[in-house]
Design a protein around this ligand. Structure first.
Ligand code: PAF
Length: 271
C-alpha cells in the first residue's frame, strides 16, 4: 500500500483515504464521493478492527459482506482498496496503543473503555500505510472525528481531516452498519434518536439555552419509546465533548443494539 501511495505521490497525485470497517452504506459512499471531488487518488480501507471492540461487544457478529463491498467500491471507482488481515495489522508481539486523552475520555470513551485507543491506534497505522493528504470521516461519529483531529495534531501527521454530513433514512435514522441488527419493530423505534435531536433543535431555535433543559427535552422523547434505553444524552462543546455547548450527543440502546447520533442544535435539523 505504501509503495503504491508513494508512487502516486511521486507522480504528483494527491491521495484521499476513506477508512471503513466495511458493510458499506450510503454514508460511506457519500464520503467516497467527497474524497473523489478533492483528490486524484481515492483509497478506501476495509478493516474490522478487533481492538476497538470491548469484551462482550459485537466484533464477532459485526456485519461483513465483502462481495457486496467490493462491488460497491468498484462501481464507486475507487483507485485502491486496502484490506489488511488482522495478522498484518497486528502481527504477533504488536503491543503499542495510541491514547488520545481529553476529548477521548468522556461519553463514548467512558461508555466503551479502550474503544478510542483502538480507533486511534488503527487510524495511526492507516495514516502510516497510506500517507494520505486528506482523510474522510462521518459526522455521525462526532467524538471519533474530534479524537482523530486531536491525534493528527498531536502526532504531527500531515493529513487534513475532512468531515462528511450524517446521511439519514427518510424517517431521520442515521445510517449505520449496526442498523442491520434491528428487528422490524426496533427499526421503527430507532427513529426516536433523530426525533429527540429534532425536538431539542427546535427548543434551541426557540431560545432555550439551558443544557439541563435541552438534555431533558432529549430524554423526554427517548424515554417515551418503550424499546429505548438511554445510555447518555448530553449537550456538549464539540471540541471538548463536555458541557456546556450546542452539540447534542446520544447513545441509546434499542433492544440489544447500541446506536449513537448527534446534532449541532444551533442548526436546523434536516428533513
Ligand atoms: O468509523 C469507523 O468505521 C471506524 O471506527 C474506523 C474509523 C474505520 C476505524 O476502525
Amino acid at each position: 500500500m505504501l509503495a503504491a501511495s508513494r508512487r502516486w505521490r511521486g507522480e504528483g497525485l494527491d491521495i484521499g483515504l476513506v477508512p471503513t470497517m466495511g458493510a458499506l452504506h450510503a454514508g460511506h459512499l457519500s464520503l467516497i464521493e467527497h474524497a473523489r471531488r478533492e483528490n486524484r487518488i481515492v483509497v478506501v480501507s476495509v478493516f474490522v478492527n478487533p481492538i476497538q471492540f470491548g469484551a462482550g461487544e459485537d466484533f464477532a457478529r459485526y456485519p461483513r459482506d465483502p462481495d457486496r463491498d467490493a462491488d460497491l467500491l468498484r462501481r464507486a471507482g475507487v483507485d485502491a482498496v486496502y484490506q489488511p488481515s488482522v495478522a498484518v495489522m497486528y502481527p504477533p508481539g504488536s503491543s503499542t496503543r495510541v491514547h488520545v486523552g481529553g476529548v477521548g475520555d468522556p461519553l463514548e470513551g467512558a461508555a466503551r473503555p479502550g474503544h478510542f485507543e483502538g480507533v486511534a491506534t488503527v487510524v495511526s497505522k492507516l495514516f502510516a500505510a497510506v500517507e494520505p493528504d486528506r482523510a474522510y470521516f462521518g459526522q455521525k461519529d462526532a467524538q471519533q472525528v474530534a479524537v482523530v483531529k486531536r491525534l493528527a495534531l498531536d502526532l504531527d501527521v500531515p493529513v487534513e481531516i475532512r468531515v462528511g454530513p450524517t446521511v439519514r433514512e427518510p424517517d431521520g435514522l442515521a445510517l449505520s452498519s449496526r442498523n442491520a441488527y434491528l428487528s422490524a419493530e426496533e427499526r421503527v423505534a430507532a427513529a426516536c434518536l433523530s426525533s429527540a435531536l429534532a425536538l431539542a433543535a427546535s427548543a434551541y431555535a426557540n431560545g432555550e439555552r439551558s443544557p439541563e433543559k435541552l438534555r431533558k427535552a432529549l430524554c423526554r422523547r427517548l424515554e417515551a419509546e418503550p424499546l429505548a434505553r438511554v445510555e447518555y444524552a448530553e449537550v456538549v462543546d464539540p471540541e471538548t465533548f463536555r458541557p456546556p455547548g450546542s452539540l447534542a450527543v446520544l447513545a441509546v440502546r434499542i433492544g440489544a443494539t447500541r446506536l449513537i447520533d448527534n446534532h449541532d442544535l444551533s442548526k436546523e435539523f434536516p428533513g
